[in-house]
Design a binder for this molecule. Structure first.
Ligand code: F58
Length: 837
């Protein structure tokens, strides 16, 4: 476009003079903070505390983010690149202030600025509550991907829900029971969001769907309930770039707010009722991890969010006045697990019922727009929705799903004539009472690409749950993108001293290696340098002291810091086998109890940390927590052993707690039954911070070992191909535990005999092992204990251990989420970095 662009309105100079630029100096910053104290908070120097100072600083940082955010959106509007949208029911963001300062490059300036105003930046940072709109790995992955999307300057937006209550707060009762309290994270206002009261959509539920009789396939869906979706925007700054993408979160509100007719009729309660049920949709994050259950409100969340997001995407597309057939040239939508799969029938509905396209035209657009990531092959976690529920809540979508199924099965039948079993296996509908829709099948056939999250997992997707689909559609659609983590939060922010040492040693700017993580390989030769090793070890030691200070100040417990720190932190689940870990701890304790003082003198002191939440209705997981807490009481109080073994369960695991625990770990445990952990991402975080890995041959552990070298990883346990046979044997040729694994039998019997409380409270947990032992603890226990011994032995040689630690960090470059997001961008979405000046 030649010539000068027309200024849209008013006098350009006046506008330009009024536009806020970025704060640059300490002086700019103190002025802006004081201004927010005075105006936004209506306070003064006389009555401002740390929380107020946090809020004012956050608002001031937000102003700066907004400068870049506005320019980013304008840049996209002007250049009109193809964009990608990441649909995720969970975004586990954690805290924002420190990350925003890092990405803006204003950390030092704010530090000095708030100091001049009488505050310490650490105290201020500590006032922020985590944004915990997620359960675990899946939600945190989404957060890392947004960071990487902006850092690599990709036109990538997130879409999610603005839950009023995030994941519950975990309290531990004196008996060791998990209690759940709500997480009112919005109570102190949230400076990081921009309410967009002008961006709203009306979303329908229930009602009736009437098919037309004109042969067009269209239908009219009317009646029922309409709920309003209101947008809240969260700015996602990139590291070392101006690109600041958007995360749009939807809040539900009632359409009328207030039913005036009911009010006039004297029915006040009826008048507010509709408002209550509309609010309920985005009131709470479901805290279930790896179970699918047919709750109506959860279904309404899924549809509310996908329908609002698609309407928003469609409106943006239509602003360009392009033919609908070009939709996939401008829009790629990534489905984070099956939770947003209703977007597939919803886009069909829009294209057919509202845009008058034919079925085939619509299906071509849909299947070139969506991409589906699977995060689990555990059968109990695969989403299925009962047909009667879908029919009630989303009658039109059920019709569309049935039509998709009909056409799909016709094609399958054509390729495999008469193969009824195959048809039944591949159908979108599972027969039963009631019938259920298999969301993974719908997501797979409605998408252009399907991927798992680590090599082994993607293989399992291809050979187990979607095997028939691979056979039918071809292998090339079914691929892998190994997960990644952002090195900004998970190294530079959480471990600033290590980051500084790396920068000094590599002799490149930190903004170079943090964006090209393979450069860490430059550390390898330094592993041979004794001074470097000393500096490396000293940082690990200070990180342990930082963790110990945290435990002291939050729990009042004294942790010794001259021991090996052994950490397992993740959701509590049978497949992740925290039980194996605690049984191993008990085994160690029992062994210590019978040692002579001379034997004990050779033992490496060890401090074992657990943290993690259990789903509120997951009885066995809650018993595991209870066992850990009660074993800790006995062990930590036993004068015979407390110098050699300490055990802590840290309550209320969160992103922020992880940021303190991970840099302090010498060894971390990732010990799922082979084939069950799709990838894991905390394994990457520990290794990036120089913690060694004790794990099974599962998920991304395998690829970590490939990168860092098997000699730097402690592997144990049966491999994936053995699992099926072992389970078969448990069922049909069980061997008593006493025979198969006497060490384990002894531990179980000690628990039963009351060593950690003399009632039979733990029996249901122990029975999961004694009876069918689905997660194969009895098969892996001996090799687990042997691996722990190898860890002990390796730790004796401190210099060798530090070398392993350095070499581990040095070889973790592959696991940057920048690499992962670029794989999605290049091989799936076909979008490009879109920088601006
Ligand atoms: C996790 N899934 C995988 N699901 O378990 C983990 O191996 C992987 O590294 C991670 O995804 C990222 O790919 C996971 O966190 C959930 O939390 C779902 C929440 C909603 C209900 C079903 C489980």
């Amino acid at each position: 476009a030649a010539g000068k662009e027309q200024w849209p309105r008013g006098e350009e100079e006046v506008w330009r003079a009024g536009i806020r630029g970025l704060d640059k100096t300490v002086d700019d910053i103190t002025k802006s903070v004081v201004n927010h104290v005075q105006t936004s908070l209506a306070r003064q120097a006389y009555n401002i505390d740390d929380l107020g100072a946090y809020q004012a600083a956050a608002l001031s940082v937000r102003d700066n983010l907004l400068v870049n955010w506005n320019e980013t959106q304008l840049n996209y509007t002007k250049k009109n690149p193809k964009r990608a949208y990441y649909l995720s029911l969970e975004f586990l963001m954690g805290r924002t202030l420190d990350n925003a300062l890092l990405n803006l490059g204003l950390k030092d300036e704010y530090k000095d600025g708030v100091q001049k105003l009488g505050f310490s930046i650490e105290d201020i940072l500590d006032k922020e509550r985590d944004a915990a709109l997620g359960n675990g790995g899946l939600g945190r992955l989404a957060a890392c991907y947004l960071d990487s999307g902006s850092s690599t300057e990709l036109p990538l937006w997130g879409y999610g829900l603005r839950y009023k209550y995030g994941i519950f707060q975990q309290l531990i009762s004196p008996e060791g029971n998990q209690l759940e309290a709500p997480d009112p994270w919005l109570d102190n206002q949230n400076p990081w969001e921009l309410p967009r009261l002008d961006v709203t959509y009306e979303i329908r539920f229930y009602g009736r769907s009437e098919r037309s009789h004109d042969g067009s396939g269209r239908a009219v869906w009317a009646g029922g309930q309409e709920v309003v979706a209101v947008a809240y925007d969260v700015m996602i700054p990139g590291y070392g770039t101006k690109t600041t993408n958007n995360l749009r979160l939807w809040e539900s509100r009632s359409k009328r707010g207030f039913d005036l007719n009911s009010f006039n009729a004297g029915n006040y309660e009826g008048a507010v009722e509709s408002s209550n049920s509309a609010d309920a949709i985005t009131s709470v994050l479901y805290p279930n991890d790896h179970t699918s259950f047919g709750k109506e409100l959860r279904l309404k969340q899924q549809y509310f969010w996908t329908a609002a997001s698609l309407a928003d995407i469609m409106r943006r597309f239509k602003n360009q006045n392009k033919p609908l057939a070009q939709f996939p040239d401008f829009v790629a939508i990534q489905l984070n697990d099956t939770h947003p799969t209703l977007a597939i029938p919803e886009l069909m509905r829009i294209l057919i019922d509202e845009e008058d396209l034919t079925w085939d035209q619509a299906w071509t657009i849909v299947t070139n727009t969506f991409f589906y990531t699977n995060h689990t092959v555990l059968p109990e976690a695969l989403e299925k929705w009962p047909v009667p529920l879908l029919e009630h809540v989303l009658p039109r979508h059920l019709q569309i799903i049935y039509d998709i199924n009909l056409f799909f099965l016709q094609a399958v039948e054509k390729k495999y004539p008469g193969d009824r079993e195959r048809l039944a296996r591949m159908s979108l509908i599972e027969e039963g009472q009631p019938k259920q829709v298999r969301m993974a099948h719908l997501a797979a056939i409605g998408s252009r690409k399907v991927n798992g999250v680590a090599e082994l997992h993607s293989d399992l997707v291809r050979t187990t749950i979607l095997k028939d689909f691979v056979e039918f559609e071809g292998l090339s659609k079914y691929s892998n993108v190994t997960n990644g983590i952002t090195p900004r939060r998970w190294l530079d922010q959480c471990n600033p001293e290590l980051s500084a040492l790396i920068t000094k040693t590599l002799a490149v700017d930190k903004n170079v290696w943090l964006k090209d993580l393979k450069l860490l390989k430059g550390l390898i030769p330094h592993a041979e340098d004794a001074d470097f090793r000393k500096a490396w070890a000293a940082i690990k030691q200070r990180n342990k002291e930082r963790l110990a200070a945290h435990v002291q100040s939050t729990l009042g417990l004294t942790v010794r810091t001259d021991a090996m720190f052994d950490v397992q932190i993740k959701r509590i689940h049978e497949y992740k086998r925290q039980t194996l870990n605690i049984l191993g701890v008990i085994h160690r304790y029992l062994t210590l109890k019978v040692m002579t003082p001379e034997e004990k003198a050779k033992v490496n002191p060890r401090v074992v940390f657990f943290a993690g939440k259990a789903a509120p209705a997951y009885y066995i997981a809650k018993l595991t927590i209870r066992l850990i807490v009660n074993v800790a009481k006995v062990i930590n109080g036993d004068p015979d052993t407390k110098d050699y073994l300490q055990l802590y369960f840290l309550p209320d695991y969160s992103v922020s707690l992880a940021e303190v625990l991970i840099p302090a770990s010498d060894i971390s445990q990732h010990i799922s039954t082979a084939g069950t952990e799709a990838s894991g991402t905390s394994n990457m975080k520990f290794c990036l911070n120089g913690g060694l890995l004790l794990g099974t041959v599962d998920g991304a552990n395998i690829e970590i070992a490939e990168e860092v070298g098997e000699s730097n990883v402690f592997f144990f346990g049966h491999l994936t191909p053995a699992v099926e046979d072992l389970r078969y044997q448990h069922l049909y040729h069980p061997v008593p535990i006493e025979e198969k694994c006497p060490a384990l039998a002894n531990v179980l019997n000690q628990i039963s005999s009351g060593l950690f409380g003399n009632d039979d409270i733990y029996e249901p947990l122990l029975n999961t092992i004694r009876q069918n032992d689905y997660y194969l603890l009895s098969d892996d226990f001996d090799s687990y204990i042997a691996a722990l011994a190898m860890v002990d032995e390796a730790y004796q040689d401190k210099e060798e251990w530090i070398k392993k630690s350095i070499n581990t960090t040095a070889n973790m470059g592959k696991f940057s989420s920048d690499r992962a997001i670029l794989e999605y961008a290049e091989s799936f979405w076909n979008i490009e970095p879109t920088p601006f000046k």
